[in-house]
Design a protein around this ligand. Structure first.
Ligand SMILES: [Zn+2]
Length: 347
C-alpha cells in the first residue's frame, strides 16, 4: 500500500486494461468477445441482460446501457464496483496489480500482470513419484513460482449467513476459518473461504455458492484467476503444528467439519487428485513413521484418486485408505461418534 496520497491517475488507468480488471474480478469468462469488444451482463448494477454491458478493448473503456447509464475507464469501473472514490479505486488498482507508485523506486520492474515473472525459484526436490495422470494443473511442472500472498483482505464477511449454520458449522469454527458471505467484489454473493499457505499467509479466497447454483454458468466454487490450488493444501498451516495421523480429504467443508469434531491434523486437496507439489508438501510434513489417512469421497473420482494417492505417498509415509461403506459418503457427513471411533476413541 503506498504511503503517500499522490496518485498519478493517468499512469494508473493506462497501466491496466479493462480485460485485466474483469479478470481480477473473475468476470472475464462471463463476457462474450467479439472483435474489439467484450459484452455481458453489467457487473455493476448486477443486471441479467448480456447485451447491456460493453467494453471497448482498444479504447479501454466500458459502458452500461441499462440502469447505470454510465461508462468510463478502469478507475471509474472499480470506483462503481467497490462503491469508493476514484482515488481509492486507483489505490486498489496499484495494490492489486503491484503498480509502481511515487513511493516506489521507478526502476522497480513494472508488472502490469499480477502473474509474476518467473524467478529463479529454489530448486525443489524431485520425488521418485511416477508421472502423474494427465491434469491441466500439472501441465507446467517446471513453474514452481509460489502463489503470492494477497495484499488485500475481504472485509465485512458475514459469518452469520444461514448457509454456514445449515452446513453444521459452529460460530467458533466460522471464526476460526474466517468464513463469511461476501457482498461485493469478485466473490460477491458467495461464501468466502480464505486459503493460507503453509506460512499462514492468505494466498486466495475460494468462493462457494451458498446452495445449488442457479444455472450451469454459475460454478459451485470460484477461485481467483492465476491462483494455483495445486500448490497448496488447505489448512496445512495449522495441521502441520498438530500431532497424530494426517488426514487427507477432498473438500474445504470436509476439512472444516473434521476440524470442528476435533480432528486437527486434517488438510484438503481442494479436489480428488494429488498434485506433485501437494505430494511434496506432505513429504515435508511427515516422516517414515507418520501415518496418512486418505479419506476421499466414496464416488468414482474419490476411489480413483485414493488409489493413485496411496501409491504415491507410500514411499515416505504409512498410508491408510479409508473406505466408506456407502456410495456418496464423504467425511463431512461423519457424526461426532464416528469421528471419535476413527481417532481410536481418543477424545
Ligand atoms: Zn449497469
Amino acid at each position: 500500500m503506498p504511503k503517500g496520497n499522490y496518485v498519478d491517475f493517468k499512469a494508473v488507468k493506462t497501466a491496466v486494461s479493462m480485460e485485466q480488471v474483469l479478470e481480477h474480478y473473475g468476470l472475464l469468462d462471463q463476457m462474450k468477445r467479439s472483435g474489439d469488444s467484450l459484452s455481458g451482463c453489467c457487473p455493476i448494477h448486477g443486471g441479467s441482460n448480456p447485451t447491456q454491458f460493453r467494453v471497448s478493448i482498444s479504447k479501454n473503456c466500458w459502458n452500461c446501457f441499462s440502469e447505470c447509464k454510465h461508462g468510463g475507464n478502469v478507475l471509474g469501473f472499480i470506483a462503481k464496483k467497490e462503491n469508493v472514490s476514484v482515488h481509492a479505486a486507483a489505490l486498489k488498482l496499484i495494490e492489486w496489480f503491484n503498480l509502481p507508485t511515487a513511493d516506489k523506486p521507478t526502476e522497480e520492474e513494472y508488472e502490469p500482470q499480477r502473474k509474476e515473472t518467473p524467478r529463479t525459484a529454489a530448486p525443489t526436490r524431485q520425488t521418485s513419484v511416477p508421472p502423474p495422470t494427465v491434469s491441466k494443473e500439472r501441465a507446467k511442472p517446471e513453474d514452481n513460482t509460489p502463489n503470492p500472498p494477497l495484499k488485500f483482505r475481504l472485509e465485512h464477511l458475514d459469518g452469520k449467513h444461514p448457509y454456514l449454520t445449515e452446513r453444521g458449522l459452529t460460530p467458533e469454527t466460522i471464526v476460526d476459518f474466517g468464513l463469511g458471505h461476501c457482498a461485493k467484489g469478485m466473490m460477491a454473493g458467495r461464501i468466502a473461504i480464505p486459503i493460507h499457505n503453509v506460512e499462514g499467509q492468505i494466498v486466495a479466497y475460494a468462493g462457494r455458492w451458498p446452495g445449488e447454483p442457479p444455472d450451469a454458468n454459475t460454478p459451485k466454487y470460484k477461485l481467483p484467476p492465476g491462483f494455483r490450488k495445486s500448490l497448496e493444501l488447505f489448512n496445512l498451516d495449522r495441521a502441520a503444528k498438530k500431532q497424530g495421523p494426517l488426514i487427507l480429504v477432498e473438500g474445504f467443508f470436509d476439512c472444516i467439519k473434521l476440524w470442528q469434531l476435533g480432528v486437527k491434523r486434517v488438510v484438503a486437496l481442494m479436489g480428488s487428485t494429488l498434485s506433485v507439489a501437494q505430494a511434496e508438501l506432505i513429504r515435508k510434513h511427515t516422516d517414515s513413521r507418520s501415518q496418512v489417512i486418505v479419506m476421499l469421497d466414496e464416488d468414482d473420482a474419490g476411489r480413483a484418486g485414493r488409489e493413485d494417492i496411496a501409491v504415491r505417498l507410500s514411499p515416505f509415509a504409512f498410508v491408510k485408505v479409508h473406505v466408506f461403506g456407502k456410495e456418496g459418503m464423504q467425511p463431512e457427513h461423519l457424526s461426532a461418534a464416528e469421528v471419535l471411533d476413527l481417532r481410536g476413541g481418543v477424545p
